[in-house]
Design a protein around this ligand. Structure first.
Ligand code: EAX
Length: 325
């Protein structure tokens, strides 16, 4: 018998619950379906934290929009109706614009640089900042670098983007980025298969795993490896709930979710080459060498724009840009 079950049995027998640490059920929300990046973090976290607590802590994962889109998941965490979530940085920016620094276009050169910044003191500052909106930011997992797909034409330079109806995440920054690139961006919460299929939108942008897991190769013909934004998830908890936990539980939960995040980032990256092959085999036409310099020029004014005008956000962005150059 596991130690926790034994403990529970003794406690029940002699009606002396304080003998044991309290059972804890964590409700955790992700918008995507099983097999998706967010779910891989969530499932690894559940497996490890349940084993390490010997069943005292249990995790119930709500996925596939069963408790709403990513904005609604964050609202529920703020209200305390669920305790944790794995949420993409895009929709987070209406809760705290500080997260926009991560989605600054063409910020990170590669995965290593993203890890170096987000796992370091600058990333810690971002997580800390979220406390002012009721979140405890624990660590970063990832969607990965985002790429443009569409159904109209091959895209090599921003000229080809002109007028394309692109679905973007519910984020003012993402809308601004695609306006700067000449597209006609429409913010829409996840999922978007039907809208793509019916031609309500011409295209979208997401990392490679999304095209595989959501079978976008069935309904999108052209892909361009723009890698325009590194799309992190924030692995987040409700601040009030977090503060109600004992120190040992906080340490266990934080260490475990961060381990799950590192596991997921490695898993995601290891699969990307095979995904690209798959998407080509399924008939997608892939532009692997877009004119990155031209894309960068189009978004060069963003740092000075409305999006980053909050002095706190501007200051952090400047320091991150310094650290990445
Ligand atoms: O994680 O909304 C989005 O485009 C996200 O990247 C999506 O939920 C996949």
């Amino acid at each position: 018998m596991k130690r926790y079950s034994l403990c529970l049995l003794i406690a029940l027998t002699i009606l002396s619950a304080p003998l044991c640490a309290q059972a804890l059920e964590i409700k955790l929300g992700v918008v995507t379906k099983p097999g998706s990046a967010q779910n891989i973090v969530a499932e690894k976290f559940r497996e490890l934290v349940e084993a390490r607590s010997e069943g005292r802590i249990t995790v119930k994962i709500y996925h596939s929009k069963s408790i709403g889109n990513e904005t609604e998941i964050l609202q529920q965490i703020q209200m305390g109706t669920i305790q944790m979530g794995i949420v993409t940085v895009g929709p987070f920016d209406t809760f705290d614009p500080i997260v926009r620094v991560i989605n600054y276009p063409f910020l990170f050169r590669d995965n290593d640089q993203a890890d170096e910044i987000l796992d370091g003191p600058l990333g810690a500052e971002i997580l800390k900042s979220l406390e002012s909106s009721g979140f405890k930011g624990l660590c970063f997992s990832e969607n990965g670098f985002r790429n443009l797909t569409n159904n109209k034409r091959p895209v090599r330079s921003p000229d080809d983007v002109n007028g394309l109806k692109i679905r973007v995440m519910s984020s003012a920054l993402h809308k601004t980025i695609w306006q700067s690139l000449g597209a006609n961006p429409t913010p829409m919460p996840w999922p978007i298969y039907t809208e793509l299929e019916q031609g309500v939108i011409d295209g979208q942008e997401n990392p490679l795993w999304v095209l595989e897991v959501y079978k976008f190769y069935e309904i999108q013909r052209y892909m361009t490896l723009t890698r325009h934004v590194y799309s992190a998830h924030i692995d987040v908890a409700a601040l009030n709930w977090w503060q109600s936990l004992g120190a040992a539980d906080r340490t266990l939960i934080r260490e475990t979710i961060c381990e799950a995040a590192r596991y997921q980032r490695g898993d995601n990256r290891a699969k990307n080459a095979a995904r690209l092959d798959l998407l080509k085999a399924k008939g997608m036409q892939v532009e692997e060498q877009p004119d990155k310099a031209a894309f960068r020029r189009q978004v060069a004014g963003l740092q000075e724009s409305e999006m980053y005008k909050d002095p706190r956000v501007q200051d952090l962005l400047a320091r991150i840009l310094d650290a990445t150059r």
